[in-house]
Design a protein around this ligand. Structure first.
Ligand code: MSP
Length: 533
């Protein structure tokens, strides 16, 4: 990818250039989820990924705003509510409560949760729709075409595949309505130019190429209102119509910031978004319809739309009818939130699909978390307690493999930061694992359990213990955005729970670990999961 990477020195300059309260901003969003059903681990992946990025940016000193929410209008929701014998609002209220409790369980720290049924959202949609109509970008015409309700998408006859939705393969319905149309076609050339001039606008590059081809084939004006159901935002100047659910939904990214209202301080502060993180299936809405809506409204475009792959299960996509939906609650209950977050973020390669397999989750826990990460601390604290009285002493001059371990550890924060900037979270985690693996090997090479027995080798023993614990401090800070429960279990063991300045990104300079602290070995951080042979 071609993202411009800012070096740490530059970043440091950036950060120090801004006074307190004037930190650089970063705005990241997830899609707003349909409350037609409970969420599964695919949705959890996107939200945890955006959360990890926002937390990482905050760690680096950014004022990061992270938005998620619920997309509550439309025919699909109206029908789901009917099927449950409930009024739509009552139905969505119940499901949205389950979204929020899932995010709390997953330790997702959003800055705001927008609901398209919020009054603050509705006014922004009404205003935008009215404005587009007043300036002639929305007009009324007869519509005849095909509609896929599960995808809430219009299709022309020519786009159908075997008379079904080309995206999901389900049956479509013929619509004949007087509708309002949005002049997408008018802005197609401007959008193409923007995409060409901003190579990072759509990522990964495969999606970018797909979008370029799609636009080049010609954009048709978009039907942006419906009359056959009523669960939506009424068109302000013609309330028999409700606003098309995707126009309604996309507007969340600015309505949550108070765009166009008196309370628009957040909009002025955070817009344009740095990243809209979305699944590959909805890149088209974010990379075509959304930017054109913004252009028509005279609003700056988001900097990046990043499409991630899908988490597939045995049998392909997760679906209720196949009975293969993986419930995140069950996994959290069984394996703990840090392990589930780690697995999700470690398994899905940037841009590509990944497969969920419980065996792989257990494998990751046993090898990466229990063996590599957990044991590294346990082994070191064991020798420190047994031979060093549990006190970390100042290191002596480096020798043998020390320099290599130190250099590798020192370069890691910048590496991780660059991967996070490119939304390569699996790669960011594997970059953290390099010093972890090196430090485990370092323990084998230096064998502090032998050094500790020899009074003449006390100096070397101190150096080895110090070095590994300093690596551990780096690693713990870097993992905090990914596994937010991890540091709070590590700091007391390292004896630096009360030293928040040593938990900061800015403290990742080798040698800050304070000599003289007392460590306290605790229970294993990640117990091995015994699997039946
Ligand atoms: N409501 C729209 C989004 C509007 S955004 C302005 C929507 N909702 S959704 O609930 O159906 O899907 C939300 C997101 O979940 C999409 O990005 C979709 O790609 C993602 N995922 C759904 N199943 C998934 C997996 N199995 N794996 C990864 N992501 C998945 O679309």
């Amino acid at each position: 990818m071609t993202t411009k990477v800012i070096s740490r020195r530059e970043r440091g300059r950036n950060l120090t250039r801004f006074g307190k309260g004037e930190r650089p901003t970063f705005y990241i969003t997830t899609p707003i989820y349909y409350p037609s059903d409970r969420l599964h681990i695919g949705h959890a992946y996107t939200t945890v990924a955006a959360d990890a990025v926002a937390r990482f940016k905050r760690l680096e000193g950014y004022d990061a705003f992270f938005l998620t929410g619920a997309d509550e209008h439309g025919q699909k929701i109206e029908r789901a509510a009917q099927a449950h014998g409930k009024a739509p609002q009552e139905y969505v209220d119940e499901i949205v409560a389950t979204f929020k409790s899932l995010w709390a369980e997953l330790r997702v720290e959003y800055s705001d949760f927008i609901r398209t049924t919020d009054a603050r959202h509705r006014v922004v949609v009404e205003q935008a729709f009215q404005r587009l109509y007043d300036q002639g970008d929305i007009y009324k015409a007869a519509y005849e075409g095909w509609y896929c309700t599960p995808c809430e998408t219009f299709w022309t006859e020519r786009q159908l595949v075997e008379k079904s939705c080309p995206d999901c393969g389900r049956p479509v319905e013929l619509l004949r309505e007087e509708s309002y149309f949005f002049r997408l076609s008018k802005y197609a050339d401007r959008l193409l130019k923007h995409i060409e001039e901003h190579p990072d606008f759509i990522q990964p590059v495969s999606r970018r190429n797909e979008m370029i081809n799609f636009i080049r084939q010609g954009l048709e004006d978009l039907c942006v209102s419906r009359t056959t159901f009523s669960w939506g935002i009424p068109v302000p100047f013609d309330p028999r119509h409700v606003v098309y659910v995707w126009v309604d939904a996309l507007t969340n990214y600015i309505s949550a910031l108070g765009y166009g209202t008196e309370g628009d301080a957040s909009f002025r502060r955070y817009w344009p978004a740095d990243v809209h993180l979305v699944g590959k299936d909805i890149v088209r809405f974010h990379a075509v319809i959304w930017p054109i809506l913004l252009m028509a409204l005279g609003i700056e475009l988001p900097k990046r739309v990043v499409g991630h792959g899908w988490l597939l299960v045995d049998g392909g996509k997760m679906s209720k009818s196949k009975g293969n939906v993986i419930d995140p609650h069950v996994l959290i209950e069984k394996y703990g939130v840090d392990a589930v977050r780690y697995y999700l973020l470690r398994e899905l390669p940037a841009g590509g699909d990944g497969y969920y397999l419980e065996e792989n989750l257990v494998g990751r826990i046993n090898s990466d978390l229990a063996n590599d990460l957990g044991n590294l601390l346990h082994r070191t604290l064991t020798v420190c307690e047994r031979f060093g009285g549990g006190v970390v002493n100042a290191p002596g001059a480096p020798e043998g493999p020390d320099e290599e371990l130190i250099a590798l550890t020192e370069e890691t924060p910048e590496k991780v930061s660059q991967h996070v900037d490119r939304l390569e979270l699996a790669e960011a985690l594997s970059a953290v694992w390099r010093p972890i693996s090196r430090a485990n090997k370092y323990l084998d090479e230096t064998a502090p359990w032998n050094l500790g027995k020899d009074p003449e080798k006390r100096g070397r023993f101190n150096t080895v213990v110090y070095n590994v614990l300093e690596v551990y401090r780096f690693v713990t800070v870097l993992l905090s955005p990914f596994m937010p429960g991890f540091p709070e279990r590590v700091w007391p063991q390292l004896g630096i729970a009360g030293r928040p300045e040593l938990h900061a990104f800015a403290s990742l300079r080798w040698g800050r670990f304070p000599a003289g602290v007392e460590v306290r070995r605790g229970a294993p951080l990640f117990p091995r999961i015994e699997t039946p042979k």
